[in-house]
Write a protein that binds this ligand. Structure first.
Ligand code: FMN
Length: 165
């Protein structure tokens, strides 16, 4: 039977809510990607730090890690994140850089405030996991305003993903 990991990064809790819901619906382990240095809640400051990290292509250190051995157990990784500056938050790049995704499938899901196609984030994921398969046809996104009413949509999405992966 396939083993599923739901790995997510979330600072303002939107992606967290979706990840929790996914965890309730499908049998999978949920892992929060958290940085060693906490991000500020103040939006302007947060936006500035995120922008600098993106510009400098940094790999922020993570506070806790999933061991390489543990990652080997999973077949499918549902990877959740917010769109930041039309791209993937760099902390997610740190996470992706740690593992070999050969033979695994990454199914991205993201929250956003308008970038419903995810900007450059999917390309960034593909660049980060040259050995893994990114299931672009199953990418799932939710606008912040729809998060509290997304249960049905999440269920439908998981159903279609599970038919393939
Ligand atoms: C630093 C920063 C940059 C953002 N850039 C974008 C963007 O380019 N496009 C977009 O649609 N939303 C953008 N947003 C909105 C977030 O994607 C959205 O609020 C998301 O749900 C936040 O996820 P979280 O609550 O899990 O942290 C940005 C938010 C932040 C904090």
């Amino acid at each position: 039977m396939k083993k599923i990991l739901i790995a997510y990064f979330s600072i303002q809790n939107h992606t967290f809510k979706i990840a929790q819901k996914i965890g309730e619906i499908c049998r999978g382990d949920v892992f929060g990607i958290e940085t060693e240095v906490e991000f500020p809640q103040d939006f302007n400051y947060l936006a500035l730090i995120a922008q600098k990290q993106l510009e400098n292509q940094t790999y922020p250190k993570l506070r806790k890690v999933l061991s390489i051995e543990k990652m080997k157990e999973y077949d499918t990784i549902l990877l959740g994140f917010p769109i930041w500056w039309e791209d993937l938050p760099r902390a997610v790049c740190t996470f992706l850089k740690m593992y070999d995704f050969s033979g695994k499938v990454i199914v991205p899901f993201f929250t956003h405030l308008g970038s419903s196609f995810g900007g450059r984030s999917l390309q960034t994921i593909k660049d980060m996991v040259p050995n893994g398969k990114v299931a672009e046809e199953y990418v799932f996104s939710v606008h912040d305003e729809d998060i509290d009413n997304a249960d049905y949509k999440i269920g439908q999405w998981l159903k279609s993903v599970s038919e393939k992966y």
